[in-house]
Design a protein around this ligand. Structure first.
Ligand SMILES: Cc1cc2nc3c(=O)[nH]c(=O)nc-3n(C[C@H](O)[C@H](O)[C@H](O)COP(=O)(O)OP(=O)(O)OC[C@H]3O[C@@H](n4cnc5c(N)ncnc54)[C@H](O)[C@@H]3O)c2cc1C
Length: 384
């Protein structure tokens, strides 16, 4: 598919990103600080409100357009991990939130007055086994009382709202294996320091990730999204959006690594000729390009299915898998192509190398994607 209609969006994102060069990201990376100015610029330009419908003040764009925005951010050498949650949590609110919730939150998010950047699913003891999560939200009059702990809740310190998955019915009393979990949209501002504690986790890249402790946090009952007990289903469909958008980010990363490697291979002269004249150098770059293009097609297919509200679990998972593998292979190739200079901070390669490594683990690890395809597409027995 030729995305001619997305060309102007791509160009505007590129133009915005040009104001945030490698020097900007390197400084933040060294200090492990959040890219406030970059996120503010994206918000002001309306890019973070891409998936908010126009009637709520957003840009009302499609999933393919949102994916193009994230891809261009990465392909420009920037890091969209600072803000991608605002896009991928949107599907859950749009598809399952009430009219009142949409009217209350979406216009303020679109205006940049409210930040929805935190998505609290993973817990220390449950890991990938989401159904065994232990955080509870128990109804008490007009409130739910939340207790538990989340881990890897990225950007919680830089977000006002958090989309939270918690158990509302004990597992043994739930009507099915997947029932009994609920999704809440929590306004954290009222609870930070009052039962809700956020502790940053320092990681190998600058990701602003945290652990969140919830102790007797009494949230209004109208924080519940959709029907109590149906949260796992809502989160699964939201996760498809997350996978597609992160896959698009990986495509952007792969493009950045491939461009860097090809440029360097054309210019760097060793033994009296450009290193790119050696097939041992050019073939890995060509292979990375082929893998990136194949993954890109799957990302587009998954995004188109999502947009059409069709089942896209397999395609979203395959897109994330192919794109994450393609970006990681391109990162390794780019480092190798640059020889020793690839390790120097000022080339940005080692930074992007660390950043893109995340995506074969999060938001879902490779093994779990393979299990999904084995079970749901190939009809093999469930392995866990
Ligand atoms: C930087 C960062 C940011 C993140 N941001 C967020 C966020 O904002 N919100 C959020 O909710 N979560 C977030 N996560 C969590 C992320 O989604 C999980 O780390 C990821 O899903 C893997 O879960 P886990 O770390 O618990 O690994 P585990 O589930 O403990 O798995 C460990 C390893 O074992 C493998 N494994 C486990 N079970 C099986 C099996 N049955 N078959 C084969 N292999 C298996 C996995 O593939 C993995 O390689 C983030 C994580 C990181 C590192």
């Amino acid at each position: 598919m030729i995305e001619t209609d997305l060309a102007p969006i791509r160009e505007s994102v590129r133009a915005l990103c040009a104001n945030f060069p490698g020097t900007y990201w390197r400084k933040l990376d060294r200090e492990r600080t959040y890219p406030e100015e970059f996120v503010a610029a994206l918000t002001k330009a309306g890019f973070l409100a891409a998936l908010i419908p126009e009637e709520y003040g957003g840009s009302g764009l499609t999933m393919r357009a949102a994916a193009a925005i994230m891809e261009e951010i990465q392909a420009s050498g920037c890091n969209g991990a600072a803000c991608h949650a605002q896009m991928y949590t949107m599907g859950t609110i749009l598809r399952h939130g009430s009219a009142e919730q949409k009217a209350r939150y979406l216009p303020a998010i679109a205006r940049g007055e409210l930040r929805l950047q935190a998505f609290g699913v993973t817990e220390p003891t449950s890991g990938t086994d989401t159904l065994s999560l232990r955080t509870t939200a128990l109804r008490d009059g007009d409130s739910y009382v939340v207790n538990g702990q989340k881990i890897w809740t990225s950007r919680a310190e830089h977000s006002d709202l958090m989309l939270l998955l918690a158990r509302t019915t004990p597992r043994e009393q739930a009507k099915s294996r997947t029932a009994g979990l609920s999704v809440f949209l929590i306004d954290m501002r009222a609870f930070k320091g009052k039962g809700l504690t956020i502790r940053p986790i320092r990681t190998m890249m600058n990701h602003a990730t945290t652990e969140v402790f919830l102790e007797n946090v009494r949230i209004p009952a109208d924080s519940l999204i959709g029907t109590e007990g149906d949260g796992f289903r809502y989160i699964l469909s939201g996760m498809n959006a997350e996978r597609i958008l992160i896959a698009a980010e990986c495509i952007g990363d792969a493009k950045w690594f491939i461009d860097k490697a090809a440029a360097y291979a054309r210019e760097r002269v060793v033994f009296g000729r450009p290193i790119g004249q050696n097939q041992g150098v050019q073939f890995p770059i060509a292979r990375a390009y082929i893998n990136m293009r194949a993954a890109e097609l799957m990302v587009q297919e998954a995004a188109a299915l999502y947009e059409a509200a069709k089942e896209c679990g397999a395609e979203a998972n395959m897109a994330k898998h192919l794109a994450a593998e393609a970006s990681w292979a391109a990162a390794d190739m780019c480092l190798q192509t640059h020889g020793g200079f690839g390790f120097a901070e000022e080339f940005d390669i080692e930074r992007k190398f660390r950043e893109t490594r995340l995506y074969t683990v999060a938001p879902i690890s490779t093994n779990l994607v393979l299990s999904y395809i084995a079970e749901h597409v190939l009809g093999l027995p469930r392995s866990y």
